[in-house]
Design a protein around this ligand. Structure first.
Ligand SMILES: NCc1cccc(NC(=O)c2cccc3[nH]c(C(N)=O)cc23)c1
Length: 227
């Protein structure tokens, strides 16, 4: 997260950290007791190694009462396109149902397939790098970002017609999601509307708005997997 600040501990109890050998790789969020949503690209970032899901955390390293590392029973993603940002969604089934408490809670996602109005202030959180030099935070960071219309985001100077109706854009001038935030939720009015994708990989450059997968465009697929 660039341009953000440390969150108040455990006020985002849906946040998940996808980890390989204790190293944070990607974000994610709890959508049901046994299911975490993230980004399909994260599997590649993990070189398809065995990974675990940390719930209930604020600090990645310190002891906290409700921190718990879960094994993964299986994963599913809607598409197979590895090179693009298309269908960059991942559903992770935990090996057991998460124990819900004040630090571990489910986050609702948007089911109505309508664009979030441009200008809407949304929030993204994560343990991704906080500077382009790659500083890794120990504690959860968050930043508020305004939504940019698809029409503006598809201009040549920005993402030049790469933004489909299954993606949305948010401002990236100074404040932005970045490496390690992929898979985390973009939350607008308390509901998850998007999932962070790495997109053009650059961070904090106003010419390359952040790209987020629109969750409501995948409700049918999500319900089929969770059933
Ligand atoms: N909102 C944009 C956004 C959102 C999420 C992830 C990213 N980027 C990356 O995953 C990434 C990947 C590889 C090298 C990288 N170098 C840098 C960098 N800024 O130095 C980022 C990356 C960007």
């Amino acid at each position: 997260i660039l341009g953000g600040r440390e969150t108040t501990p455990h006020l985002k109890p849906y946040m998940a950290s996808l980890q390989v050998h204790g190293k944070h790789i990607c974000g994610g969020f709890l959508i049901a007791e046994q299911w975490v949503m993230s980004a399909a690209h994260c599997l590649e970032d993990m070189d398809n190694a065995t990974f675990h899901v940390l719930l209930g955390a604020h600090s990645l390293k310190e002891h906290e009462p409700h921190k718990h590392l879960y094994g993964v029973l299986g994963t599913s993603s809607p598409g197979s396109s590895h090179d693009t940002n298309h269908d960059d969604l991942l559903l992770i089934q935990l090996e057991e149902r998460a124990h819900l408490n004040q630090d571990v809670q489910v986050l609702a996602f948007q089911r109505v397939d309508q664009d979030v109005p441009a200008g809407t202030k949304c929030e993204v959180a994560g343990w991704g790098i906080t500077s382009n030099t790659g500083r890794h935070p120990d504690k959860l960071q968050a930043v508020e970002l305004p939504i940019i219309s698809r029409e503006v985001c598809n201009r040549r100077i920005h993402h030049d017609n790469e933004i489909t109706e299954k993606m949305l854009c948010a401002d990236s001038r100074k404040k932005d999601s970045c490496k390690g935030d992929s898979g985390g939720p973009l939350v607008c009015h308390g509901v998850a509307e998007g999932v962070v994708t790495s997109g053009s990989r650059v961070c904090g450059n106003w010419k390359k708005p952040g790209i987020y997968t629109r969750i409501s465009a995948y409700v049918g697929w999500i319900d089929s997997i969770l059933a």
